[in-house]
Design a protein around this ligand. Structure first.
Ligand SMILES: NC(=O)c1ccc[n+]([C@@H]2O[C@H](COP(=O)([O-])OP(=O)(O)OC[C@H]3O[C@@H](n4cnc5c(N)ncnc54)[C@H](OP(=O)(O)O)[C@@H]3O)[C@@H](O)[C@H]2O)c1
Length: 246
């Protein structure tokens, strides 16, 4: 029997590459998208490349009332869940438009945290599974240019840290992914430094290794240099940091 991945965010470039890393190893995949028609091309591509089953399910992560029904409607409890859903939003707009700020917070934090938390209960009862949340280095320290998105990712990072701490003796693995810059639809048009920028496939392969490899990984920076970059950024004293334009 092949193992099953639940991939939340099938239209994401990182999500598609991650699902590809799993199907390449013979896994079956349950994909979700808030607009399933928009994800059909990705589903068909994965199905054509893999021997396992690839199905598509509707899920909007801001519809938290629907989470219990969504999980009980799945054909089976997956072995691993990876949530890549996210929305960068626009910082300036979020400063004046509370609905926009709320959407960014709910999409990056509330929805993924509540959904992964619910699945964690079920994985814990079973005594196995891997839970992967895609967070961001933006959550490591708030910056003027994107602190609404960063705060939401910081919330997700803290949630996953607590979940990992609580489940450490249960056979359930919890992995936090901080991709750094990745060349995707989200960053289209941005000038990205090549050394700090990963391709979606790199992220997918790093997630598979961290979640399914023999050596447990808790928090991964896809390009290891990001760990150093963020160590430096986090160590800048606040009186200096607040004067920087970041
Ligand atoms: N690209 C980067 O440089 C980078 C860096 C650090 C972290 N990340 C994180 O990596 C993850 C994937 O990002 P990406 O670069 O692959 O960007 P992306 O292609 O824009 O993917 C974002 C995904 O989130 C989905 N989504 C947004 N709101 C949703 C909702 N309410 N319900 C369900 N799905 C929803 C989108 O679906 P629709 O197609 O329906 O909009 C899409 O599948 C995100 O969490 C992002 O924050 C990205």
């Amino acid at each position: 029997m092949s193992k099953t991945l639940l991939l939340i965010g099938a239209t994401s470039d990182i999500g598609h590459a991650t699902a590809g890393a799993y199907t390449a190893q013979g896994w079956s995949v349950l994909l979700t998208a808030r607009n399933p028609e928009g994800a059909e091309r990705n589903r068909a591509d994965l199905a054509a490349r893999s021997g396992g089953a690839v199905s598509l399910h509707a899920l909007d992560v801001t519809d938290t009332d629907g989470f219990e029904g969504f999980i009980s409607g799945l054909p089976a409890l997956p072995d691993t869940v990876v949530c890549v859903v996210g929305e960068m939003g626009e910082q300036e707009r979020a400063q004046n438009d509370m609905a926009h700020a709320s959407m960014v917070m709910r999409t990056n934090f509330e929805g993924p945290a509540l959904l992964l938390g619910l699945l964690a209960e079920k994985f814990e009862a079973r005594g196995s599974g891997a839970i992967v949340g895609v967070s961001s280095v933006a959550g490591d320290r708030g910056r003027g240019s994107n602190y609404v998105y960063g705060a939401a990712k910081a919330g997700l990072t803290a949630f996953l840290s607590g979940l990992r701490n609580r489940l450490s003796q249960t056979g359930v693995r919890v992995v936090t992914v901080k991709p750094g810059f990745v060349r995707t639809r989200m960053t289209a048009g941005m000038k990205l430094p090549p050394l700090l920028t990963a391709e979606p496939q790199e992220v997918g392969e790093a997630i598979f290794k961290a979640a399914e490899g023999s050596r447990a990984r808790d928090v991964i920076y896809v390009r290891p240099i990001w760990r150093l970059v963020m160590l430096v950024i986090k160590s800048i004293p606040e009186p200096v940091f607040k004067k920087l334009r970041l």
